[in-house]
Design a protein around this ligand. Structure first.
Ligand SMILES: Nc1ncnc2c1ncn2[C@@H]1O[C@H](COP(=O)(O)OP(=O)(O)OP(=O)(O)O)[C@@H](O)[C@H]1O
Length: 225
């Protein structure tokens, strides 16, 4: 792949069961780039992201992501790819039985971190990055939706991903909080992490401008602003 290109999809088909959701779709993304993926309900936005973290297959075309060939990736390599991707969903998916710190520690230990000191420091760093320093002792239910989504973003940042995949990250949030979350994603992007964010929220796209790709008629097309 050309220097600085993190994702290159060329004429890919993305399939679910027997259905082709995206047909001959192409998309490339560079280091530090922000792209919104918009499109109608059921147009394939989530399927696109799922294919990037290997939850659903790419059944045609060429697909490279962070030096992995997504059409040939071995099952044992999928966790390594996912470690380089920060994944953020609409429903926060924090473990509800433990504190913010313990949620983050769980991910670090599961991804090979051993030193208690390194773990403590990294948790402090990512919480600081999302403006949640001093809230690590709280249980998820003690946080607002926006705060929970900040913690999810902190969790996505733990292993310093090259790219964040955010699927409707503001879907459950009020307009003001949604703006804050998108602003945070833009700040993270400015520090060098590419972001792909699906959304239905055109106000956000307007207020925080970036490249826009539309999912339509089973293909992906850049939208001129
Ligand atoms: N688990 C599944 N198994 C089979 N087909 C599915 C599954 N989930 C979604 N689909 C189909 O894939 C198509 C694309 O769905 P997808 O969720 O990617 O769309 P979307 O653009 O993200 O929609 P939304 O805006 O509602 O989130 C839909 O036509 C849907 O019927």
């Amino acid at each position: 792949m050309e220097d600085g290109v993190l994702l290159q999809l060329e004429n890919v088909d993305i399939c679910r069961d027997e259905n082709v959701i995206l047909h001959q779709a192409s998309l490339s993304l560079h280091q530090g780039e922000f792209v919104y993926v918009i499109g109608k309900v059921g147009s394939g936005k989530s399927s696109l992201l799922k294919s990037l973290y290997c939850e659903i297959p790419i059944c045609g075309g060429e697909a490279r992501l962070l030096n992995y060939n997504l059409r040939k990736i071995k099952r044992k390599d999928v966790p390594y790819l996912r470690r380089k991707l920060g994944i953020v969903f609409q429903d926060f998916q924090l473990l509800t039985d433990r504190s913010v710190n313990k949620n983050l520690e769980f991910v670090l230990r599961a991804t090979g971190w051993r030193s208690n000191k390194d773990i403590r420091n990294r948790i402090e760093e990512v919480l600081q990055q999302v403006g949640m320093q001093n809230k690590g002792y709280k249980m998820p239910h003690e946080l607002s939706g926006g705060e929970q989504q900040r913690v999810v973003i902190a969790r996505a940042l733990l292993n310093t991903p090259d790219m964040i995949l955010a699927d409707e990250p503001t879907g459950n949030l009020d307009p003001e909080t949604s703006g804050q979350i998108v602003q945070l994603l833009h700040e993270i992007c400015k520090k060098g992490t590419a972001v792909i964010m699906t959304t239905h929220n055109y106000t956000l796209v307007h207020n925080f401008p970036a490249r826009i790709v539309k999912c339509e008629n089973a293909s992906l097309n850049d939208v001129d602003k």
